[in-house]
Design a protein around this ligand. Structure first.
Ligand code: ADP
Length: 427
Protein backbone atom coordinates (compact mmCIF):
# COMPACT_ATOMS: atom_id res chain seq x y z
CA UNK A 1 0.00 0.00 0.00
CA UNK A 2 1.24 3.44 -0.82
CA UNK A 3 0.41 6.95 0.32
CA UNK A 4 -3.35 7.52 0.22
CA UNK A 5 -3.70 10.99 1.65
CA UNK A 6 -1.26 13.82 0.96
CA UNK A 7 -1.51 16.80 3.31
CA UNK A 8 -0.16 20.32 3.07
CA UNK A 9 -0.24 22.16 6.42
CA UNK A 10 0.35 25.90 6.68
CA UNK A 11 2.33 25.67 9.92
CA UNK A 12 4.35 23.19 11.97
CA UNK A 13 2.25 22.57 15.06
CA UNK A 14 -0.89 22.49 12.89
CA UNK A 15 0.75 19.75 10.85
CA UNK A 16 1.36 17.68 13.98
CA UNK A 17 -2.21 18.24 15.11
CA UNK A 18 -3.50 16.91 11.78
CA UNK A 19 -1.06 13.99 11.75
CA UNK A 20 -2.12 13.08 15.28
CA UNK A 21 -5.81 13.00 14.28
CA UNK A 22 -5.07 10.80 11.26
CA UNK A 23 -3.08 8.34 13.40
CA UNK A 24 -5.93 8.14 15.89
CA UNK A 25 -8.27 7.29 13.02
CA UNK A 26 -5.99 4.41 11.98
CA UNK A 27 -3.52 5.74 9.40
CA UNK A 28 0.25 5.42 9.73
CA UNK A 29 1.55 8.94 9.24
CA UNK A 30 4.86 10.63 8.54
CA UNK A 31 5.24 14.37 8.98
CA UNK A 32 7.87 16.02 6.80
CA UNK A 33 9.60 19.18 7.95
CA UNK A 34 9.77 20.58 4.43
CA UNK A 35 9.19 19.48 0.85
CA UNK A 36 11.73 16.76 -0.04
CA UNK A 37 13.75 17.12 -3.25
CA UNK A 38 11.70 16.07 -6.28
CA UNK A 39 11.83 12.34 -6.88
CA UNK A 40 13.21 11.43 -3.44
CA UNK A 41 11.55 9.75 -0.48
CA UNK A 42 8.68 8.12 -2.37
CA UNK A 43 9.24 4.73 -0.75
CA UNK A 44 7.93 6.01 2.60
CA UNK A 45 6.07 3.40 4.63
CA UNK A 46 3.00 5.51 5.46
CA UNK A 47 -0.69 5.80 4.61
CA UNK A 48 -0.62 9.58 4.87
CA UNK A 49 2.13 12.18 4.62
CA UNK A 50 1.79 15.66 6.11
CA UNK A 51 4.16 18.30 4.78
CA UNK A 52 4.62 21.13 7.27
CA UNK A 53 5.09 24.51 5.62
CA UNK A 54 5.42 27.96 7.19
CA UNK A 55 2.95 29.55 4.82
CA UNK A 56 0.23 30.95 7.08
CA UNK A 57 1.37 34.55 7.22
CA UNK A 58 3.96 34.91 4.43
CA UNK A 59 2.97 36.88 1.29
CA UNK A 60 0.29 34.99 -0.70
CA UNK A 61 2.54 34.39 -3.72
CA UNK A 62 5.12 32.65 -1.50
CA UNK A 63 2.44 30.54 0.17
CA UNK A 64 1.11 29.50 -3.23
CA UNK A 65 4.58 28.64 -4.44
CA UNK A 66 5.45 26.48 -1.43
CA UNK A 67 2.05 24.76 -1.51
CA UNK A 68 2.42 23.90 -5.19
CA UNK A 69 5.87 22.41 -4.55
CA UNK A 70 4.39 20.31 -1.77
CA UNK A 71 1.53 19.25 -4.02
CA UNK A 72 3.90 18.20 -6.80
CA UNK A 73 5.88 16.00 -4.40
CA UNK A 74 2.76 14.44 -2.86
CA UNK A 75 1.30 13.62 -6.26
CA UNK A 76 4.52 12.10 -7.49
CA UNK A 77 4.58 10.02 -4.28
CA UNK A 78 1.16 8.64 -5.25
CA UNK A 79 -1.25 10.56 -2.98
CA UNK A 80 -4.84 9.92 -4.06
CA UNK A 81 -6.43 12.87 -2.27
CA UNK A 82 -4.95 16.20 -1.14
CA UNK A 83 -5.80 17.85 2.21
CA UNK A 84 -4.91 21.52 2.62
CA UNK A 85 -4.80 22.14 6.38
CA UNK A 86 -5.14 25.58 7.97
CA UNK A 87 -5.90 26.88 11.43
CA UNK A 88 -9.17 26.05 13.17
CA UNK A 89 -9.74 29.78 13.60
CA UNK A 90 -9.35 30.24 9.80
CA UNK A 91 -6.37 32.58 10.35
CA UNK A 92 -6.04 34.65 7.19
CA UNK A 93 -6.39 38.18 5.81
CA UNK A 94 -8.34 39.47 2.78
CA UNK A 95 -5.08 38.95 0.86
CA UNK A 96 -4.94 35.30 1.88
CA UNK A 97 -3.54 32.84 2.31
CA UNK A 98 -6.38 30.32 2.48
CA UNK A 99 -8.18 31.51 -0.67
CA UNK A 100 -5.19 31.94 -3.01
CA UNK A 101 -3.64 28.62 -1.96
CA UNK A 102 -6.97 26.79 -2.40
CA UNK A 103 -7.42 28.24 -5.89
CA UNK A 104 -3.87 27.40 -6.93
CA UNK A 105 -4.25 23.81 -5.69
CA UNK A 106 -7.59 23.46 -7.52
CA UNK A 107 -6.02 24.65 -10.76
CA UNK A 108 -3.03 22.35 -10.40
CA UNK A 109 -5.34 19.42 -9.65
CA UNK A 110 -7.66 20.44 -12.49
CA UNK A 111 -10.72 20.36 -10.26
CA UNK A 112 -13.61 22.84 -10.13
CA UNK A 113 -14.79 22.18 -6.57
CA UNK A 114 -13.63 21.76 -3.01
CA UNK A 115 -14.93 22.19 0.52
CA UNK A 116 -13.68 24.35 3.38
CA UNK A 117 -14.27 23.83 7.07
CA UNK A 118 -12.12 24.70 10.07
CA UNK A 119 -14.57 22.89 12.42
CA UNK A 120 -13.04 20.81 15.24
CA UNK A 121 -15.76 20.37 17.89
CA UNK A 122 -13.41 18.56 20.32
CA UNK A 123 -11.38 21.77 20.47
CA UNK A 124 -14.43 24.03 20.66
CA UNK A 125 -14.39 25.08 17.00
CA UNK A 126 -17.83 24.68 15.43
CA UNK A 127 -19.36 26.05 12.23
CA UNK A 128 -23.11 26.75 12.04
CA UNK A 129 -24.83 28.48 9.09
CA UNK A 130 -21.34 29.27 7.89
CA UNK A 131 -20.46 31.11 11.10
CA UNK A 132 -17.41 29.99 13.06
CA UNK A 133 -17.67 29.74 16.84
CA UNK A 134 -14.66 29.64 19.15
CA UNK A 135 -15.98 28.00 22.29
CA UNK A 136 -19.24 29.80 23.05
CA UNK A 137 -18.59 32.99 21.10
CA UNK A 138 -18.47 33.94 17.45
CA UNK A 139 -15.00 34.17 15.90
CA UNK A 140 -15.18 37.98 15.63
CA UNK A 141 -15.98 38.23 19.33
CA UNK A 142 -13.13 35.93 20.36
CA UNK A 143 -9.51 36.82 21.09
CA UNK A 144 -8.83 36.33 17.36
CA UNK A 145 -10.32 39.78 16.83
CA UNK A 146 -7.03 41.24 18.11
CA UNK A 147 -4.56 38.80 16.55
CA UNK A 148 -1.43 40.76 15.53
CA UNK A 149 -1.02 39.13 12.08
CA UNK A 150 -4.43 37.78 11.14
CA UNK A 151 -7.17 39.69 13.01
CA UNK A 152 -10.51 37.96 12.36
CA UNK A 153 -13.34 40.51 12.47
CA UNK A 154 -15.98 38.64 10.43
CA UNK A 155 -17.39 35.33 11.70
CA UNK A 156 -19.18 34.47 8.45
CA UNK A 157 -16.74 32.20 6.64
CA UNK A 158 -18.60 32.44 3.35
CA UNK A 159 -17.83 36.16 3.20
CA UNK A 160 -14.34 35.74 4.71
CA UNK A 161 -13.41 33.27 1.98
CA UNK A 162 -15.23 35.19 -0.77
CA UNK A 163 -13.02 38.20 0.03
CA UNK A 164 -9.89 36.19 -0.79
CA UNK A 165 -10.97 34.16 -3.82
CA UNK A 166 -12.00 35.04 -7.35
CA UNK A 167 -14.60 32.24 -7.50
CA UNK A 168 -18.06 31.86 -5.97
CA UNK A 169 -18.28 30.51 -2.41
CA UNK A 170 -21.32 28.57 -1.16
CA UNK A 171 -22.57 26.82 1.96
CA UNK A 172 -23.56 23.28 2.88
CA UNK A 173 -25.56 24.06 5.97
CA UNK A 174 -26.20 21.98 9.03
CA UNK A 175 -29.64 20.72 8.00
CA UNK A 176 -27.97 19.02 5.04
CA UNK A 177 -24.94 17.77 7.01
CA UNK A 178 -27.22 16.27 9.68
CA UNK A 179 -29.14 14.37 6.98
CA UNK A 180 -26.06 12.32 6.04
CA UNK A 181 -23.39 11.78 3.41
CA UNK A 182 -25.87 11.26 0.57
CA UNK A 183 -27.59 14.57 1.30
CA UNK A 184 -24.22 16.36 1.45
CA UNK A 185 -23.19 14.84 -1.86
CA UNK A 186 -26.38 15.94 -3.59
CA UNK A 187 -26.05 19.46 -2.18
CA UNK A 188 -22.47 19.54 -3.47
CA UNK A 189 -23.70 18.53 -6.96
CA UNK A 190 -26.29 21.29 -6.84
CA UNK A 191 -23.73 23.93 -5.78
CA UNK A 192 -21.29 22.73 -8.41
CA UNK A 193 -23.95 22.96 -11.12
CA UNK A 194 -24.52 26.57 -10.03
CA UNK A 195 -20.85 27.40 -10.46
CA UNK A 196 -19.83 27.39 -6.79
CA UNK A 197 -16.14 26.53 -6.48
CA UNK A 198 -15.75 26.25 -2.70
CA UNK A 199 -18.38 25.41 -0.11
CA UNK A 200 -18.09 26.13 3.58
CA UNK A 201 -19.51 23.06 5.35
CA UNK A 202 -21.16 23.29 8.78
CA UNK A 203 -20.15 20.93 11.60
CA UNK A 204 -21.06 21.10 15.27
CA UNK A 205 -20.12 17.54 16.28
CA UNK A 206 -17.70 14.75 15.45
CA UNK A 207 -20.61 12.90 13.79
CA UNK A 208 -20.96 15.83 11.38
CA UNK A 209 -17.27 15.50 10.49
CA UNK A 210 -17.63 11.75 9.96
CA UNK A 211 -20.60 12.30 7.61
CA UNK A 212 -18.67 15.02 5.83
CA UNK A 213 -15.64 12.75 5.50
CA UNK A 214 -17.71 10.07 3.80
CA UNK A 215 -19.32 12.63 1.48
CA UNK A 216 -16.00 14.00 0.17
CA UNK A 217 -14.61 10.59 -0.78
CA UNK A 218 -13.05 10.93 -4.21
CA UNK A 219 -12.80 14.74 -4.24
CA UNK A 220 -9.25 15.49 -5.43
CA UNK A 221 -8.90 18.29 -2.85
CA UNK A 222 -10.34 19.02 0.58
CA UNK A 223 -9.46 22.04 2.71
CA UNK A 224 -10.04 22.09 6.46
CA UNK A 225 -8.66 22.49 9.96
CA UNK A 226 -7.46 19.27 11.54
CA UNK A 227 -11.01 18.11 12.46
CA UNK A 228 -11.99 16.64 9.10
CA UNK A 229 -9.13 14.16 9.55
CA UNK A 230 -11.30 12.08 11.87
CA UNK A 231 -13.72 11.39 9.00
CA UNK A 232 -11.40 10.60 6.08
CA UNK A 233 -9.37 7.45 6.87
CA UNK A 234 -12.52 5.26 6.86
CA UNK A 235 -12.87 6.02 3.13
CA UNK A 236 -9.88 3.73 2.56
CA UNK A 237 -11.08 1.17 5.10
CA UNK A 238 -8.85 2.35 7.98
CA UNK A 239 -10.19 1.84 11.51
CA UNK A 240 -8.74 3.17 14.78
CA UNK A 241 -5.97 0.80 15.90
CA UNK A 242 -2.96 1.09 18.23
CA UNK A 243 -0.88 -0.42 15.43
CA UNK A 244 -1.10 2.86 13.52
CA UNK A 245 0.79 4.62 16.33
CA UNK A 246 3.47 2.00 16.86
CA UNK A 247 7.05 3.28 17.03
CA UNK A 248 10.29 1.33 17.37
CA UNK A 249 11.25 0.68 21.03
CA UNK A 250 13.02 3.57 22.76
CA UNK A 251 16.65 3.40 23.85
CA UNK A 252 19.36 5.59 25.34
CA UNK A 253 19.24 8.53 27.73
CA UNK A 254 16.28 10.82 28.31
CA UNK A 255 16.05 14.60 28.51
CA UNK A 256 13.71 17.57 28.38
CA UNK A 257 14.59 20.91 26.79
CA UNK A 258 12.13 23.70 27.54
CA UNK A 259 12.18 27.19 26.02
CA UNK A 260 8.47 27.82 26.36
CA UNK A 261 7.36 30.57 28.71
CA UNK A 262 3.66 29.69 28.64
CA UNK A 263 1.60 29.21 31.76
CA UNK A 264 1.19 25.47 31.13
CA UNK A 265 4.94 24.95 30.67
CA UNK A 266 5.71 26.95 33.83
CA UNK A 267 3.46 24.49 35.69
CA UNK A 268 5.19 21.51 34.08
CA UNK A 269 8.65 22.80 35.07
CA UNK A 270 7.50 23.38 38.66
CA UNK A 271 6.09 19.85 38.80
CA UNK A 272 9.35 18.38 37.44
CA UNK A 273 11.45 20.35 39.98
CA UNK A 274 9.16 19.19 42.78
CA UNK A 275 9.89 15.59 41.83
CA UNK A 276 13.55 16.25 42.75
CA UNK A 277 14.92 15.25 39.35
CA UNK A 278 18.04 16.98 37.95
CA UNK A 279 17.39 20.33 36.26
CA UNK A 280 19.55 23.14 34.87
CA UNK A 281 18.21 26.67 34.50
CA UNK A 282 19.34 28.72 31.49
CA UNK A 283 19.56 32.46 32.22
CA UNK A 284 19.44 34.66 29.08
CA UNK A 285 21.31 37.47 30.86
CA UNK A 286 24.27 35.18 31.47
CA UNK A 287 24.24 34.08 27.82
CA UNK A 288 24.23 37.76 26.82
CA UNK A 289 27.17 38.36 29.16
CA UNK A 290 29.17 35.85 27.14
CA UNK A 291 29.10 32.81 29.45
CA UNK A 292 29.12 29.40 27.78
CA UNK A 293 25.75 28.39 29.17
CA UNK A 294 25.22 25.58 26.67
CA UNK A 295 28.56 24.09 27.74
CA UNK A 296 27.62 24.38 31.43
CA UNK A 297 24.19 22.80 30.81
CA UNK A 298 25.79 19.89 28.96
CA UNK A 299 28.42 19.34 31.66
CA UNK A 300 25.59 19.24 34.22
CA UNK A 301 23.53 16.88 32.05
CA UNK A 302 26.49 14.56 31.51
CA UNK A 303 26.73 14.00 35.27
CA UNK A 304 23.04 13.17 35.62
CA UNK A 305 21.96 11.51 32.38
CA UNK A 306 22.48 8.02 33.77
CA UNK A 307 19.64 8.72 36.23
CA UNK A 308 17.65 10.95 33.89
CA UNK A 309 15.48 12.40 32.60
CA UNK A 310 17.42 15.66 32.89
CA UNK A 311 15.68 19.00 32.32
CA UNK A 312 17.36 22.04 30.76
CA UNK A 313 15.00 25.02 30.82
CA UNK A 314 14.79 28.76 30.23
CA UNK A 315 11.12 28.73 31.24
CA UNK A 316 10.34 31.64 33.57
CA UNK A 317 7.26 33.48 34.79
CA UNK A 318 5.94 36.38 32.66
CA UNK A 319 7.38 38.96 35.09
CA UNK A 320 10.91 37.58 34.86
CA UNK A 321 10.64 37.25 31.08
CA UNK A 322 9.52 40.88 30.81
CA UNK A 323 12.50 42.00 32.86
CA UNK A 324 14.89 40.05 30.61
CA UNK A 325 13.17 41.39 27.50
CA UNK A 326 13.45 44.92 28.89
CA UNK A 327 17.22 44.47 29.23
CA UNK A 328 17.94 42.60 25.97
CA UNK A 329 14.94 43.27 23.72
CA UNK A 330 12.35 40.52 23.15
CA UNK A 331 13.76 39.44 19.77
CA UNK A 332 17.36 39.27 20.95
CA UNK A 333 16.44 37.42 24.17
CA UNK A 334 14.36 34.90 22.21
CA UNK A 335 17.11 34.29 19.69
CA UNK A 336 19.84 33.86 22.32
CA UNK A 337 17.73 31.31 24.18
CA UNK A 338 16.67 29.43 21.04
CA UNK A 339 20.26 29.18 19.81
CA UNK A 340 21.48 28.00 23.21
CA UNK A 341 18.75 25.40 23.66
CA UNK A 342 19.26 24.10 20.11
CA UNK A 343 22.97 23.63 20.92
CA UNK A 344 22.03 21.91 24.16
CA UNK A 345 19.70 19.52 22.30
CA UNK A 346 22.48 18.75 19.83
CA UNK A 347 24.94 18.13 22.66
CA UNK A 348 22.47 15.92 24.50
CA UNK A 349 22.01 13.74 21.44
CA UNK A 350 25.82 13.56 21.04
CA UNK A 351 25.91 12.35 24.67
CA UNK A 352 23.49 9.51 24.01
CA UNK A 353 20.04 11.03 24.55
CA UNK A 354 17.60 9.16 22.33
CA UNK A 355 14.30 10.28 23.90
CA UNK A 356 13.80 14.03 23.95
CA UNK A 357 10.89 16.20 25.06
CA UNK A 358 10.96 19.74 23.63
CA UNK A 359 8.64 22.45 24.97
CA UNK A 360 7.89 25.58 22.96
CA UNK A 361 6.82 26.09 19.34
CA UNK A 362 9.74 28.31 18.30
CA UNK A 363 12.10 26.27 20.45
CA UNK A 364 10.94 23.11 18.67
CA UNK A 365 11.66 24.65 15.28
CA UNK A 366 15.19 25.56 16.36
CA UNK A 367 15.85 22.10 17.84
CA UNK A 368 14.51 20.19 14.83
CA UNK A 369 16.71 22.28 12.57
CA UNK A 370 19.82 21.88 14.72
CA UNK A 371 19.34 18.11 14.86
CA UNK A 372 18.91 17.95 11.08
CA UNK A 373 15.61 16.08 11.31
CA UNK A 374 13.65 15.84 8.05
CA UNK A 375 10.72 13.64 8.98
CA UNK A 376 8.78 12.42 12.00
CA UNK A 377 6.85 9.18 12.23
CA UNK A 378 3.84 9.97 14.41
CA UNK A 379 3.32 7.70 17.40
CA UNK A 380 1.04 7.50 20.42
CA UNK A 381 -0.51 10.59 21.96
CA UNK A 382 0.87 11.71 25.34
CA UNK A 383 -1.74 14.41 25.93
CA UNK A 384 -4.36 15.76 23.50
CA UNK A 385 -2.59 16.96 20.36
CA UNK A 386 0.93 15.96 21.46
CA UNK A 387 2.25 12.64 20.16
CA UNK A 388 5.62 10.95 20.55
CA UNK A 389 7.40 10.80 17.21
CA UNK A 390 10.34 8.81 15.88
CA UNK A 391 12.90 10.51 13.69
CA UNK A 392 16.00 9.28 11.92
CA UNK A 393 19.12 11.15 13.07
CA UNK A 394 21.50 12.07 10.24
CA UNK A 395 23.94 9.48 11.65
CA UNK A 396 21.28 6.76 11.38
CA UNK A 397 20.02 6.15 14.95
CA UNK A 398 16.38 6.63 15.88
CA UNK A 399 15.48 9.56 18.12
CA UNK A 400 12.15 9.59 19.99
CA UNK A 401 11.04 13.18 20.16
CA UNK A 402 7.92 15.08 21.18
CA UNK A 403 7.39 18.71 20.29
CA UNK A 404 4.99 20.42 22.66
CA UNK A 405 3.83 23.89 21.81
CA UNK A 406 3.29 26.30 24.68
CA UNK A 407 -0.05 25.65 26.27
CA UNK A 408 -0.39 21.94 25.60
CA UNK A 409 -0.03 19.12 28.09
CA UNK A 410 -1.03 18.43 31.68
CA UNK A 411 1.10 19.41 34.71
CA UNK A 412 2.95 16.08 34.76
CA UNK A 413 3.80 16.17 31.05
CA UNK A 414 7.60 16.00 31.44
CA UNK A 415 7.40 12.71 33.32
CA UNK A 416 4.13 11.36 31.86
CA UNK A 417 5.78 11.43 28.44
CA UNK A 418 8.50 8.98 29.53
CA UNK A 419 6.03 6.82 31.45
CA UNK A 420 4.12 6.39 28.19
CA UNK A 421 7.32 5.36 26.38
CA UNK A 422 7.96 2.75 29.09
CA UNK A 423 4.42 1.43 28.77
CA UNK A 424 4.73 1.26 24.96
CA UNK A 425 8.09 -0.52 25.18
CA UNK A 426 6.60 -3.06 27.61
CA UNK A 427 3.54 -3.68 25.42
P1 ADP B 1 5.60 28.82 23.26
O1 ADP B 1 5.17 27.66 22.42
O2 ADP B 1 5.27 28.65 24.71
O3 ADP B 1 5.17 30.14 22.70
P2 ADP B 1 8.14 29.27 22.06
O4 ADP B 1 9.37 28.44 22.10
O5 ADP B 1 7.37 29.30 20.76
O6 ADP B 1 7.19 28.79 23.24
O7 ADP B 1 8.42 30.77 22.39
C1 ADP B 1 9.03 31.19 23.54
C2 ADP B 1 9.99 32.31 23.18
O8 ADP B 1 10.48 32.88 24.38
C3 ADP B 1 11.21 31.76 22.42
O9 ADP B 1 11.64 32.69 21.47
C4 ADP B 1 12.22 31.63 23.54
O10 ADP B 1 13.55 31.67 23.06
C5 ADP B 1 11.90 32.83 24.40
N1 ADP B 1 12.33 32.65 25.79
C6 ADP B 1 12.44 31.47 26.44
N2 ADP B 1 12.85 31.66 27.70
C7 ADP B 1 13.01 32.98 27.86
C8 ADP B 1 13.44 33.80 28.96
N3 ADP B 1 13.75 33.26 30.14
N4 ADP B 1 13.50 35.12 28.75
C9 ADP B 1 13.17 35.66 27.57
N5 ADP B 1 12.76 34.96 26.51
C10 ADP B 1 12.69 33.62 26.64
Amino acid sequence: MGIRLGCIADDFTGATDLANNLVRAGMRVVQLIDVPPAGSGHDMDADAVVIALKSRTVPAAEAVDASLRALAWLRSAGAEQIYFKYCSTFDSTPAGNIGPVTEALMDALDTDFTIATPAFPDNGRTVFKGHLFVGDVLLAESGMRNHPLTPMTDSNLVSVLAAQTTRPVGLVDHTVVAAGAEAIRSRISELRANGVATAIVDAVSNDDLVRMGAAVQGLPLVTAGSGLAIGLPANWGFRPSPAAAQLPPSAGHRAVVSGSVSEATNGQVVEFLKSGRPAFSVDPLRIAAGEDIAGQALAFAEEHLADGPVLVYSTETPDTVRTVQGRLGAGEAGELVERTLARVAQGLVERGVRSLVVAGGETSGAVVQALGLTGLRIGPQIDPGVPWCAAALPAGDTLHITLKSGNFGGPGFFTDAFALLDAEDAA
